[in-house]
Write a protein that binds this ligand. Structure first.
Ligand code: ATP
Ligand code: MG
Length: 375
């Protein structure tokens, strides 16, 4: 991946050092090479040496030396009004550092559409979708808990809810009040701005340690999303090169956005309840697979069957599917009443089983990958 060389120049030394160390250690996911100066003269002589700079972030009281051709200058402003009114690219100093870094990246990608394309698709990122032909079996509950458990294993995770009626806010929140409006709109316009919008609109839940879009429910918009648009959003998320896992939470319809999401996925966690409905619908789905995907037997290989709300005695109906069952998530009686986010994401019994699915499905696949590449 191409690193972005950022030079920060600010006379406020404490701020400068904490920002530089934040970007180096946490912000920007290792995307930046950071250099910083507290004096105009040292910046000048650095630039005169002909050092390459992609972004110069400079506080507005410092006069900007003769600019290198490809250098993109962003002003660091103390005054929010100035940020809003100036035609120069600028960011407000007194905001959370992770947001500040996102804004910088957003401006940079906006200016330099090519930059996004330069960041190669990261083959390490795995895409998991959570699907079931049955409604209400716990796809969302499982997908969000799974995201959090991956994050607890030090993975960077993006959770994308694609339900017709979005329920993300029951599980995840961010103290940034602004919803991630327009993300689907930008996916439609096919403009080079998508990457920049992803940077600006993504939110982070500090408890689950998961990134997500805070989307208002707009069923019509979801129904109008095409497969291509889903592909574009997923590619945009991959291009940020910030994630180990992208989790796609689907609903039970066979809308083209869900089919494309499944097509794009490395693994489809196929969630069923312990009843006769799930196996019957799954069988029908697999029988019609060729109509949906143009080919047969593409799904089975990447399906990981999970029984949710499990109470101990598996029905025989599952035998016919001839699919191994990778996990049995327990029925949690408390969840039949309204629960807080912490309770929906903090059930030890449920999460122990999720951790064992992670070990079984992901770690086994990784071993397989290593073995295959050895031959
Ligand atoms: N293991 C479980 N034990 C008890 N209740 C559960 C369990 N998993 C999910 N539920 C409950 O089942 C209901 C539906 O869950 P959820 O919304 O996650 O299902 P879904 O499959 O995503 O639904 P939809 O098809 O609408 O997207 C919720 O009330 C949830 O709390
Ligand atoms: Mg759901």
């Amino acid at each position: 991946m191409k690193k972005i060389r950022i030079v920060i120049t600010d006379t406020n030394v404490d701020y400068l050092q904490s920002l530089a160390s934040f970007i180096r250690n946490e912000g920007g996911n290792n995307q930046f090479l950071v250099t910083y100066f507290s004096k105009e003269e040292t910046l000048s002589s650095y630039l005169k040496q002909g050092e390459m700079v992609d972004i110069l972030l400079v506080s507005s009281e410092i006069s900007i030396p003769r600019i290198q051709r490809d250098m993109f200058v962003i002003l660091l402003e103390d005054d929010l009004l100035k940020v809003k009114n100036t035609s120069m690219p600028s960011v407000y100093r007194y905001q959370r550092l992770d947001q500040l870094v996102s804004n910088i990246l957003g401006l940079y990608y906006e200016k330099n559409e090519e930059a996004g394309r330069l960041l190669q698709r990261n083959n390490q990122t795995k895409i998991f979708s959570f699907y079931s032909p049955n409604g209400g079996v716990g796809k969302t509950t499982t997908a969000v808990n799974f995201s959090k458990q991956l994050a607890l294993n030090d993975a960077k995770v993006f959770y994308l809810n694609l339900e017709t009626f979005n329920t993300t806010k029951l599980f995840l929140s961010d103290d940034n009040e602004n919803p991630s409006l327009q993300i689907f709109y930008y996916a439609k316009t096919a403009s080079g701005q998508l990457l920049s919008k992803i940077e600006k609109l993504r939110r982070h839940d500090p408890h689950a340690m998961v990134d997500f879009f805070d989307i208002e429910i707009n069923a019509q918009e979801l129904l109008e999303l095409s497969g291509n648009e889903i592909e574009r959003i997923v590619n945009g998320l991959l291009e940020t090169d910030a994630y180990d896992y992208i989790i796609l939470d689907l609903d039970s319809s066979i809308h083209e956005r869900n089919l494309m999401a499944m097509k794009e996925s490395d693994t489809i966690f196929w969630i069923l309840a312990n009843d006769s409905f799930g196996p019957l619908k799954t069988k029908s789905f697999l029988e019609e697979e060729e109509k949906f995907f143009g080919r047969e037997n593409v799904m089975k290989d990447k399906m990981s069957l999970i029984i949710n709300k499990f109470n101990g005695n598996l029905l025989n109906d599952f035998d016919e599917l001839e699919l191994p069952i990778d996990g049995y998530l327990p029925f949690i009686p408390n969840w039949t009443h309204p629960q807080s986010r912490a309770e929906l994401l903090g059930n030890d019994l449920f999460n122990q089983e999720i951790q064992s699915i992670i070990r079984k499905v992901i770690l086994t696949n990784q071993e397989g990958g290593v073995l295959n590449s050895g031959f």
